[in-house]
Design a protein around this ligand. Structure first.
Ligand code: ADP
Length: 471
């Protein structure tokens, strides 16, 4: 994941979380209003029943003496909790003396509607109350019956409900986000696998394919499309490789013909100095071009063989020694000191292809000879420890700039100072790298411009047995 970018899983999780919060908010608010409405309706029903019963009491006590009647009303008011009841005339004056002390202190609506029922909200001693007023009559006289009930209980229920909603939101948000993240990771896991597989495919292993997820969905179509694209790329690259191999092969004969003709012409004593110089240039350039073609052909064959070679146990020190012996005359010619230290007396054997290994060490030695100025020194060593054997070629030459180091194993790459100054075409290290890969060895390089370079090839050891080397 690049910085500043968030993964699809995380984005989906944030969406899940956001949608959940909005949904939960809507759900909570609608439930809260619903509950409030239900509780208010229930209060209305309670007060309505209370007034029904008050009407029944009024009806029942119709023939009684006023004092008995008042006592019955008060008993009834007391029995219905707090006695918040009132019986008034149309103008709001008391039709019956107050039924309780609580009713006396209560702020009843001063001009209740005598034509229809009313359900109103009032505040008493800073507490909210519901009041129901109902027109009625006694002995032909119009009356208004009133009953009140506190709303505090309702508000408490609503508060609890609200608190429950708020308290459960973070927990549910966490659970739903974690679940969403887990689900999206699970659904996108094949994408990670496809990415890892696609990353491991390069020009060297173009024949490999991405694993197809048999899920009959977008991912399956994506992998199949990528695989079809890889197949097209593979066939295009193979065509180019064949062309390179064929072209290198076809060019070998005319080049060697040119070289031979030039060499034969040089033997003629009658040619003038200018022609001789030109013919010598032709021979040198033809030799250079032949070497380059050989390298290109070697790499084209390497690409075609896909790192398949019959390897057999070989004594590493013998091969290193041979390569050093072959380089000695050139070292002498260039006044370079070549020292060799093989510390295993022939015991280290690796699974290898002897001619290829000889070529690998020759390339490293050739480079050391090419890029080390006169009177410099080159040191070759072999050191085995544990399951590995390391061959080092160090020189006190030009060194390689840090910016060039990652590219020197690329085909046709030559660091700036080499171009035009030293012979070569930038294929040597590419071949060396391929030979190392063939032997499951790795090549490392440490270099300091102006001081020198050390190339190290580390091989896995086949086995360590006594092995005599012809000296
Ligand atoms: P070539 O030597 O034909 O140019 P190589 O592939 O062998 O091609 O090397 C690639 C580049 O790496 C060279 O052009 C040179 O710049 C650099 N290089 C390789 N070996 C050495 C060395 N021993 N010292 C300094 N530079 C080196």
């Amino acid at each position: 994941m690049r910085s500043g970018h968030i993964s699809i899983s995380l984005r989906l999780t944030l969406w899940f979380g956001g949608i959940f919060l909005v949904g939960w908010g809507f759900f909570g608010a609608s439930m809260w209003f619903n509950l409030k409405h239900t509780l208010t309706a229930e209060r209305h029903v309670t007060l309505s029943r209370r007034l029904d019963r008050l009407e029944t009491v009024i009806e029942k006590t119709r023939g009684e003496a006023p004092e008995d009647r008042l006592n019955d009303y008060r008993d009834f008011a007391h029995a219905t909790g707090g006695g918040l009841m009132q019986i008034v005339r149309e103008d709001g004056a008391h039709a019956v003396p107050v039924l309780s002390s609580a009713a006396a202190a209560f702020p009843w609506p001063s001009h209740p509607d005598s034509t229809r029922e009313q359900f109103v909200h009032v505040r008493a001693a800073d507490q909210p109350y519901w009041v129901l007023t109902r027109p009625s009559s006694l002995d032909g006289q119009p009356l208004v019956l009133m009953a009140a009930a506190p709303e505090a209980g309702n508000l408490l229920v609503l508060d609890h409900f609200w608190f429950g909603l708020l308290a459960s939101a973070p927990v549910l948000l966490l659970v739903s986000s974690a679940g969403g993240y887990w689900l999206s990771r699970r659904a996108l896991r094949p994408v990670d696998q496809i990415t890892a597989a696609a990353r491991s495919i390069s020009i060297r292993n173009l024949s490999e394919r991405l694993p197809v997820t048999r899920t009959a969905d977008e991912l399956e179509r994506l992998t199949e499309t990528c695989n079809a694209m890889l197949a097209r790329l593979e066939s295009a690259v193979n065509q180019i490789r064949r062309f390179t191999a064929d072209a290198s092969h076809e060019l070998r004969s005319p080049l060697s013909f040119v070289r031979t003709v030039a060499e034969v012409s040089l033997r003629n004593p009658k040619i003038d100095d200018e022609s001789r110089e030109a013919l010598e240039d032709i021979v040198a350039e033809a030799a250079r071009a032949t070497a380059m073609l050989e390298d290109m052909l070697a790499l084209a064959r390497a690409d075609a063989s896909q790192n398949e070679a019959a390897l057999e146990p070989v004594a590493l020190s013998a091969i290193v020694q041979e390569a050093c012996d072959a380089a000695r005359p050139l070292a002498k010619e260039r006044e370079l000191a070549l020292s060799v230290a093989l510390d295993d007396s022939g015991a280290t054997r690796v699974l290898g292809d002897a001619p290829a290994l000889r070529r690998l060490f020759s390339i490293l030695l050739d480079n050391a000879l090419k890029y080390t100025p006169t009177r410099g020194s080159i040191h070759v060593s072999l050191h085995a420890s544990g399951n590995e054997a390391a061959v080092q070629v160090s020189d006190t030459g030009a060194g390689i700039a840090e910016a060039d180091l990652p590219h020197i194993f690329d085909r046709f790459y030559r660091a700036d100072p080499s171009r035009g100054q030293t012979e070569g075409c930038g294929l040597g290290l590419a071949i060396a790298q391929w030979i190392a890969n063939l032997h499951r060895a790795r090549i490392d390089v440490v270099s300091e411009p102006g001081k020198g370079s050390t190339f190290e090839v580390v091989f896995p050891i086949e086995n360590k047995i006594s092995f005599s080397v012809p000296v």
